[in-house]
Design a protein around this ligand. Structure first.
Ligand code: AMP
Ligand code: DBH
Length: 542
């Protein structure tokens, strides 16, 4: 099924009339940047430095190479790349060839890649040869066994796969531009129930979101944006991310890892002005800055988002790093909120900011669907010029996640301050937000149940001092399987070829799921009961 994203005509014409949707596509944007900023540095990563002109030339070569593999406009290609400059030549190459990237995270493994490839009906997989001790050629081989229609392109030692470095030096001729209302790529949702859903974003809607973000975040051609989180994540991609930085002709620097050891020397050397982190990393940076020998004085803004930053922690960040803190509360489905750089300090410390667009509609509703009194917590629903109306090919998820009039149910519980800033209070759905990675309890439970000695499992989040939340699996063993211990369960999960962040941090064996509720209760209520009982027991011990 060809990905699409359709807004009702009355909304589409409003968003165009208001100038949000400019009728611009990624290829047009890149060509305009190369024309205007050709000699300026666009990308710095590893030992490479590319100007905007070079970025375009490399993307054009990639586009021709992808097409030469037989990939046709509209085809989907799973992109599984770390923070290396080729991330950009690959994705812009795909855009120029009117191919549709599906963004996987570096931590994803065969289980997730298989799902993205199947769900998107991909024809291609692009990966590095090895990264972080993992060999993607093994994954590509397993994928090819299962889905022979998928061709892999490997960066580096390609072995028996198509070699990205050997793409001929050619350009596509007479290639039409994509339509701005076409889907440009598929982003991945954290997934609150079961497997990740695919999020179709159009050229028009996404370009609006990061151009407006670049303005809110004060980006200029002199800005230097550091991609510290994985580039495929929506936050460092578009809030304002590397896309926002590119859109104004700024320089984008890639950190191979978000650790202070990797990032601080880059900040000093490249004079980085802005970057974005998840809360645990922001706290780690704040802690490391005290002893750091690098000059971090160029850093003007540290954005923190992806998970809740508590005010006590927020207070430490600005002073430790000598920069402004900006909170970002966003989602790959669309809506992004920012505290503004000229907000009073209390707003940046205590709220998650307000939406990008005057036409982001916000509803805060009780469980019955009625608006809560102003200032009270409720379920956040949203609709607007860059929030999707549907996931890709998923009628069941769409029925759950969108109202009949097109509002996205974010699953977040928020309240709104009198000034219109949102404060995230919690969530209504059963996922774990582990250091900004959203993990579906159900997905992990399904894997645990594949263990022959596990009778039942319930997965919950527990508060964690460093991760914010950690994954705890309550496990009932089969009769006679008392020898099964936590390390074996974790090893079993590692063998499932899953992203490492999905392995339970803690396994608690219980004889049964006895709860006070009578009769059959929902999984959601069961998880809540187990979590509450466990936390009460811990409390009693202390
Ligand atoms: P996803 O839909 O996978 O892109 O994840 C987006 C979700 O991450 C949001 O719906 C929130 O639950 C969570 N999130 C993102 N930023 C923040 C933040 N600043 N504070 C609290 N939660 C956040
Ligand atoms: O967590 C997220 O998905 C997120 C956080 C901040 C996001 O998608 C974004 C900004 O755009």
């Amino acid at each position: 099924m060809r990905p699409q994203q359709i807004w009702p005509e009355e909304f589409a014409s409003l968003y165009r009339a208001k100038g949000y949707w400019r009728g611009e596509s990624f290829p047009e944007m890149l060509r305009a940047l190369a024309a205007e900023h050709g000699d300026r540095e666009a990308v710095v990563g590893g030992d490479q430095r590319w100007t905007y002109a070079e970025l375009l030339a490399r993307a054009e070569g990639a586009a021709a190479g992808f097409r030469a593999l037989g990939w046709e406009p509209g085809d989907r290609v799973v992109v599984h790349l770390p923070n290396i400059p080729e991330f950009f030549s690959v994705i812009f190459g795909l855009f120029l060839a009117r191919l549709i990237p599906v963004y996987a995270l570096p931590a994803h493994r065969l289980t997730e890649i298989r799902h993205f490839a199947t769900k998107s009906e991909a024809v291609g997989y692009v990966a590095a040869d090895r990264w972080d001790g993992f060999d993607h050629r093994g994954l590509a081989r397993a994928l090819r066994e299962e889905r022979p229609e998928i061709k892999a392109v490997i960066l580096g030692e390609a072995e028996d796969f198509a070699d990205f470095r050997a793409f001929p030096d050619e350009k596509l001729k007479g290639e039409p531009e994509p339509s701005p209302s076409d889907v440009a790529f598929l982003q991945i949702s954290g997934g609150s129930t079961g497997l990740s859903k695919l999020i179709p974003r159009t050229h028009d809607d996404y370009i609006y979101s990061f151009r407006a973000s670049a303005e809110i975040c004060g980006l200029t051609p002199e800005s230097v944006y550091l991609v510290a989180l994985p580039a495929a994540h929506n936050f460092p991609m578009s809030s304002p991310g590397f896309m926002g930085a590119f859109s104004v002709g700024a320089k984008v620097v890639l950190a191979p890892s978000p650790s202070p050891e990797a990032a601080f020397p880059l900040i000093a050397r490249e004079r980085v002005t802005i970057t974005g982190l998840v809360p645990p990393l922001a706290l780690l940076w704040a802690q490391a800055a005290g002893a750091a020998t690098e000059d971090l004085s160029s850093l003007k803004v540290l954005q923190v988002g992806g998970a809740k930053l508590i005010p006590e922690a927020a207070r430490r960040i600005g002073p430790a790093l000598g920069c402004k803190l900006q909170q970002v509360f966003g989602m790959a489905e669309g809506l992004v909120n920012y505290t503004r750089l000229d907000d009073p300090e209390a707003v940046a410390l205590e709220t998650q900011g307000r939406p990008i667009s005057p036409d982001d509609e916000i509803l805060i509703l009780d469980d019955a669907g009625n608006p809560v009194p102003e200032g009270e917590p409720g379920n956040l629903l949203t609709r607007g010029p860059y929030t999707i109306r549907a996931y890709h090919d998923d009628p069941a998820a769409n029925a759950r996640s969108f109202t009949p009039d097109g509002f996205y149910r974010t699953g977040d519980v928020v309240k709104r301050t009198p000034e219109g800033n949102l404060v995230v209070q919690g969530r209504a759905t059963d996922h774990i937000n582990r250091a900004g990675e959203k993990i579906s309890a159900e997905e992990i439970e399904d894997h645990l149940l594949a263990h022959p000695e596990i009778f039942d499992a319930a997965v919950v989040s527990l508060p964690d001092p460093s991760l914010g939340e950690r994954i705890c699996a309550f496990v009932i063993r089969n009769p006679g399987a008392e020898a099964l211990k936590g390390p074996q369960v974790k090893a079993f999960m590692r063998g499932r070829e899953l992203a490492g962040f999905k392995i339970p941090d803690q396994v608690v064996f219980v004889p049964d799921f006895e709860t006070t509720a009578v009769g059959k209760i929902s999984r959601k209520a069961l998880r809540a009961a187990l979590r509450a009982r466990y936390l009460a027991e811990q409390e009693a011990k202390n």
